[in-house]
Design a protein around this ligand. Structure first.
Ligand code: GAR
Length: 222
């Protein structure tokens, strides 16, 4: 049984999608713990609803960044995880943390990397006038938002889209690709070679939202 620890900072919608998938898809894995750096994060209630133990490590209660980093590393290490999943975890991890869990650390980023790394990705996509946007699941490396790409999901950018409408469309694809990428990891289907990820047996690593027979994309954002 693989052991998974999930790090969150906020709403926990990806966390919920992952926990749902664990229940419905009979993963050979235990989500042993959720760690959250914000006591008021709604994601804490999501973890509790699924009866997953949660530890809050409030970064504001440490006098400096390095003490917080050490506490996070120590707590995570205690669980001896096979995989650490960043699900809306909004702090930059220390180099020590990344090295310690190299190739065992996954993140989801709300853009088609390498486009739009960093924050406010939906605003940046609208400003750039791209016609496709989406999300990326990748392994975490020392540099922000550039690690080996495991899966990507695309969504169209509609005329007159607002940031909120685009964000909610991207979230739908996030909830499809993140559980899938985690499942590949659990089943040891991920091959990482020279910074590139492939899946064995070979599978499509890009995803789109389901469409109706008329080709209309199902969307719950209107
Ligand atoms: C998600 O859109 C995720 O892609 C993004 O934060 C949101 C968290 O939502 N992550 C990042 O921007 C990481 N740099 P959630 O808490 O509802 O899953």
């Amino acid at each position: 049984m693989k052991k998974i620890v999930i790090l969150i900072s906020g709403r926990g919608l990806n966390l919920a999608a992952i926990l749902e998938a664990q229940h419905t898809r009979a993963w050979e894995a235990n989500i042993v713990h959720v760690i959250c750096n914000r006591p008021e994060a709604p994601g804490v209630a999501v973890a509790k609803k699924f009866r997953v133990p949660v530890t809050i490590i409030d970064h504001t209660s440490f006098s400096n960044r390095s003490l917080y980093d050490q506490a996070l590393l120590q707590k995570t290490r205690d669980f001896e995880p096979d995989l650490i999943v960043l699900a809306g975890y909004m702090r930059i991890l220390s180099k020590d943390f990344v090295h310690q869990f190299s190739e065992k650390l996954m993140n989801i980023h709300p853009s088609l990397l390498p486009s739009f790394p960093g924050l406010n990705t939906h605003r940046a996509a609208l400003k750039a006038g791209v016609k496709w946007h989406g999300a990326t699941v990748h392994f975490v490396t020392e540099d922000l938002d550039v690690g080996p790409i495991i899966a990507q999901g695309v969504v169209p950018v509609m005329e007159n889209d607002t940031e909120e409408a685009l964000a909610s469309r991207v979230l739908q694809i996030e909830h499809l690709i993140y559980p899938q990428a985690i499942e590949w990891f659990i089943r040891e289907q991920i091959i990482l070679e020279q910074g590139n990820v492939r899946v064995e047996p070979a599978q499509q690593q890009f995803f789109m939202l389901p469409t109706t027979p008329e080709g209309i994309i199902h969307s719950n954002d209107e």
